[in-house]
Design a binder for this molecule. Structure first.
Ligand SMILES: Nc1ncnc2c1ncn2[C@@H]1O[C@H](COP(=O)(O)OP(=O)(O)OP(=O)(O)O)[C@@H](O)[C@H]1O
Ligand SMILES: [Mg+2]
Length: 257
């Protein structure tokens, strides 16, 4: 009897020949990569190599040439906002605004103006999400009184509602001390394992990439220099391809070989 063919599920996002120009300059050139369903894919590269641009092009915030195909939702149609959660590199909201954590949830989750008060539905969801990211009972805390690590967790909680299929994290742990950083990446790993959430993240922390990513995209000057498993990508040779031979060795990081 002929064995049945094993059907490979399509990647959650297939990026093909993606090119982006910003301000009249090429920023990404012919990037081809798959974001596999249920996996953690990390993007690494020097400042200005195009990592944020790649994430923003994937969610359709930048015009691009080439193709980005999503296989989200039942009908595999174009991604709708509820399919994608995004934790930005920088908070564009002024964190000094006199807002509480609950106000942020109300702004994000409810369609009615803040001055009508926060609905019970939003309170219940906020409590559950804050619990999930390890900040139970933080609803009343002012946003400007949160540490960098706590703020990142609040942004993560906001990105988890409604429950996305794809979570994009742009340097989620930048500026956070190493202990909080480790906790943050462990939280992401747990979400990935327990819920099958697909994660595409940008990180400069190669040790975290080694322990938490399944696949690594190495960007150099807007081009994929190499891609593969962390064990393959975090070698001296591939790090030199990504960061330049002159930057070797990467500080505080021991390559695979
Ligand atoms: N809106 C814009 N207009 C013009 N150029 C831009 C714009 N946004 C980004 N760039 C340029 O595109 C290049 C890539 O930027 P991008 O933010 O994607 O880099 P990155 O890899 O995320 O860097 P970092 O590690 O510093 O966050 C940079 O040279 C940047 O100056
Ligand atoms: Mg960036």
């Amino acid at each position: 009897m002929t064995p049945l063919p094993v059907l490979q599920p399509p990647p959650l996002v297939a990026v093909r020949d993606l090119s982006v120009d910003l301000g009249g300059h090429p920023v990404l050139r012919r990037v081809t990569a798959d974001v596999e369903r249920g996996r953690v894919t990390a993007v690494i590269g020097l400042n200005g190599s195009g990592k944020t641009t790649l994430l923003r092009a994937v969610v359709g915030e930048y015009a691009y040439r080439g193709r980005v195909t999503f296989h989200c939702g039942h009908d595999h149609s174009r991604p709708r906002p509820e399919h994608v959660g995004y934790v930005p590199q920088k908070l564009t909201l002024d964190a000094r605004l006199p807002l509480t954590v609950l106000d942020l949830f109300a702004l994000a989750l409810s369609s009615r103006p803040l001055f009508f008060g926060v609905s019970r539905r939003v309170r219940t969801r906020a409590a559950a999400l804050l619990d999930r990211v390890g900040l139970p009972g933080s609803e009343r805390r002012p946003v400007d009184g949160l540490s960098g690590g706590q703020l990142q967790r609040v942004l993560l909680a906001l990105a988890l509602e409604p429950s996305p299929e794809l979570l994009l994290l742009d340097e989620p742990a930048a500026g956070i001390d190493f202990k909080d950083q480790r906790g943050f990446y462990e939280l992401i790993g747990r979400l990935n394992r327990e819920t099958g959430l697909t994660v595409l993240l940008v990180s400069h922390d190669l040790a975290m990439v080694r322990s938490h990513a399944d696949h690594v995209l190495c960007l150099r000057d807007g081009v994929i220099a190499c891609q593969g498993s962390p064990a393959e990508m975090l070698t001296r040779e591939n790090l030199a391809r990504t960061f330049g031979a002159d930057s070797e060795p990467v500080p505080h990081f021991t390559p695979t070989v």
